[in-house]
Design a protein around this ligand. Sequence first.
Ligand SMILES: NC(=O)C1=CN([C@@H]2O[C@H](COP(=O)(O)OP(=O)(O)OC[C@H]3O[C@@H](n4cnc5c(N)ncnc54)[C@H](O)[C@@H]3O)[C@@H](O)[C@H]2O)C=CC1
Ligand SMILES: N[C@@H](CC=O)C(=O)O
Length: 509
Amino acid sequence: MQCATMSDIDSFKTSIETFISERGWTPTRFGREIAGDPLFVFDLREGREPRSETRQRIARAMQVYASGEGGDTRPLRIGIAGLGTVGAALIRILTEDGDAIARKLGRRLVVSAVSARSRSRDRGVDISPFKWFDDPVALARSGEIDLYVELIGGEDGPALASVTAALENGCPVVTANKALLARHGVALAAAAEAAHAQLGFEAAVAGGIPVIKTLREGLGSAAITRVYGIMNGTCNYILTRMGNEGIGFEECLKDAQALGYAEADPTFDVEGFDTAHKLAILASLCFETEISADQVFVEGISRITQADIKVAADLGYKIKLLGMARKVESGIEQRVHPTLVRKSSAIAGVDGVLNAVALETNHVQELLLAGPGAGGEATAASVLSDILDIARGTQVPPLGVPSSELKPCERAPMRIHEGGYYIRLNARDVPGALAAIATRMGEGNISLESVIQRPDLRASEPGVEEETSRTVVLITHETIESAVREALERIAKDGFIVGQPQLIRIEEF
Ligand SMILES: NC(=O)C1=CN([C@@H]2O[C@H](COP(=O)(O)OP(=O)(O)OC[C@H]3O[C@@H](n4cnc5c(N)ncnc54)[C@H](O)[C@@H]3O)[C@@H](O)[C@H]2O)C=CC1
Ligand SMILES: N[C@@H](CC=O)C(=O)O
């Protein structure tokens, strides 16, 4: 450990006295705006020696203030609503990293008020120093904070009311709430612009991956041609464990919930809506269009069985829930569905709770960002990155361009989508069944890359007791979605199959 010499402390004191007298400040003002503690100068005069990191931070804050480069140096008072997985992790990080953050930033981040449903619940963090609000709207409107952080969740209700109240009050907002943004993002961006208040939502898409900042600020004028990726940690965790360990869907989901990955209502995760919310936000930033989550074609992973995962693996594929958006002639194609990807592709290597977002652009070709997509700490780290930007005074339109410039999002119909398909059917074990299936495919001009027959794979699924059929898996060459759907309808009418066919799209990356 290095000890401070008298001359270190003396020169530190002298620099503070000079700073104060040059500006005609009081010691209290210096304490409040530069040191983050109104009594700092008095304590120093009484001989309380600050630690070397504290001296470095204050010296940096004086330098930043004097140069005018950092604008405000007063402590930033933060109000946090929602103290669950993400809120509690944020308080932990702000407490543990407070000095390091202040040194980087030249000002302190101070949690001054909080709101949640229960005041007494044990969250592993001490919330007693913070002012308590039962009502997040009252906290957002209080005028006692410089930044409102919404970590409640839900597309309407207290999340929407409190974020709206904060922005109306000119108070900047940070939120991790993709459901809220997918539905009200354009209106909230407009409200933020009108109030000259920032709206940060880095944590809303792909947890700890800085994809919003990359799109909004990092890529400059590059035009994005396609965005795709794994955007839900819960689904990726479930599919990975089902594949690696042969565990059932329900058990994997329970573990994802226990780890804090899943939404309060996990249907949002497993039915693909959470990915659709995130994709719609990304598509808006990529293509300068309004956020249109209800234009996204959505299929979740709840119908994916061990049989699909095993057959796909035998054929050299993994199943991933992907979100994909691109501009096509008829509008913006936005789709979320389970997808077969080659085991050798980069996206197939993204396992567990990891997410990955690929951006295809005209200038930098393809960029692949990967990292933890869910969980308290990773998400809170993204919330913190927005807080730091706001504390530095960074000004950007929330959706990359002023909200008045966003164009309507025209939906490209899924029936004209072209690609390869994995089709799993349970064909009756009778002569002519396979030939009838092949005929219907031929009639639809669907060319088959491979046909595999297995004993009834459903026999291993819960609820299927007797072996009544044989499993047939067809892999098609590139074909049009409407042709595949029509062929499947005809096959069902022919009466040669039992149960619902399984259809999974294939993507080559
Ligand atoms: N958990 C994760 O990995 C990630 C979560 N998010 C988003 O972050 C937000 C928070 O997620 P979690 O922390 O996981 O949720 P959570 O369910 O663990 O916590 C929600 C918190 O909100 C509080 N709350 C609920 N209703 C309230 C009300 N009326 N007034 C005040 N407080 C209220 C609850 O008491 C709880 O403290 C959600 O929007 C979620 O989608 C985003 C990325 C990752
Ligand atoms: N439930 C979400 C949380 C992060 O957005 C997920 O699993 O990805």
